[in-house]
Design a protein around this ligand. Sequence first.
Ligand code: GLN
Length: 217
Amino acid sequence: MPSAAGRKTRGPRVGVLSLQGDFERHRATLEALAVEAVRVTLPRDLEDLDAMILPGGESTTMLRLLEATDLVEPLADFVRSRPTLGTCAGVILLSTEATALPAPTLGVLDVAVERNAYGRQIDSFSAEVEPAVFQGPFLGVFIRAPRIRSHGAGVEVVARRAREPVGVRQGLIVGLCFHPELTHDLRFHRWFLSEVAGLALPEAVPSHAESGRGGAA
Ligand code: GLN
C-alpha cells in the first residue's frame, strides 16, 4: 500500500470489474479523461481505488464468477461506502431486487429491475436519453438492457428515456441502464468521477497518448 504522501501525488485510480464483460471500453473512456483504469479480478485489486465501475455483460455469469473468485464480500464492502458506477448488468448487480437471477445481488441500490425487459439481443437499440445532471441529450445504447420498474424515495433519477428512469443515483452509487462507454461522449463518466466521486480530474490527454498499454480483454 502506498503511504498517505504517495496517495496525494498519484492521479485518480478507478477499478473496473473485469471478470466478464466490457472492460476495454470503460478503460478507453477513463483514459480519455486521464484517469488510470485498474482491472479488478481479485479481492486485492480493490485496494487503493478511488472509485469502481461495474460494467455491462451477463449478470448471471458475473455473479457466479464473483462467488468463484471470493469477490462477493469485498466488493459488497466497497460498493457500500465508495463511489460506484454500474452500467447495464452493473445496475442489476447493484440493485436490491432483480428478476431471474441465480444468486443474490449486492443489494445497495434501492431499485427493482426487470432483466432483459426490452426483449432479446436483436431488440437492442440506441435512443436519445435526457440527462438531469448536465445539459443536452445523450445517446443511450441499450443492449439487452434492464428496466427500472420502481425505485425508493432516496433514489434520484439522473437520466430518463421517454419519461422512464434509465439512470439513477443513490448517494455515491450511480446506475445507468445504457452503455455510455460505447459512445465517445465522456459526460456521464466525467460527471460520475467529478460530481459523485469528488475526484479532481487531471487535464485530459489525447486518448492515443498512452497507447503502450493496449491489449485484448
Ligand atoms: N442482459 C444482461 C443481463 O441481464 C445485461 C446486458 C448488458 O449488460 N448489456 O445481465
